[in-house]
Design a protein around this ligand. Structure first.
Ligand code: MN
Length: 134
């Protein structure tokens, strides 16, 4: 007897983006390949990460006033279970040396805005694939 094919669970993804329009567009881009929760600021992102285990985090670096994405990432890394999960830095600016700053803060990947649906979908798919083949 053959086992019924178990559908692979979509990853739980936390999107942190202070621009509501961007947040809605990115959510629309990736909703077919992940279960998206989103928020607009660092403190709420930290609370959400404590309350639910996310598989991937998309972290806008410039979150306006208050805690930025790098500080938010550092604090999420200190939460139990979040030592190793992929955190993608999302930013409009990309200068030489920026990538090192993101990595130092605990981000594992990087994508610069504006990006296409294909680019973000490809990145998330590659992250999921890496995770599943580990
Ligand atoms: Mn922003």
């Amino acid at each position: 007897m053959t086992e019924p094919t178990k559908e692979k669970e979509l990853p739980n993804l936390l999107l942190v983006e202070d621009n509501v329009e961007n947040k809605d567009v990115i959510t629309y881009f990736i909703r077919a390949i992940s279960k998206v929760d989103s928020t607009i600021d660092g403190p709420s992102a930290i609370e959400m990460a404590k309350a639910k285990k996310y598989d991937i985090i998309l972290m806008d670096i410039n979150l306006g006033l208050g805690m930025n994405g790098l500080e938010t990432t550092k604090r999420i890394r200190m939460i139990e279970g979040y030592e190793k999960i992929p955190i993608v830095a999302v930013t409009a600016y990309a200068m030489v040396g920026d990538k090192e700053i993101f990595i130092d803060a605990g981000c594992t990947h990087y994508i610069s805005k504006p990006f296409s649906k294909q680019e973000i979908v490809d990145l998330i798919k590659s992250i999921i694939l890496d995770r599943d083949t580990e």
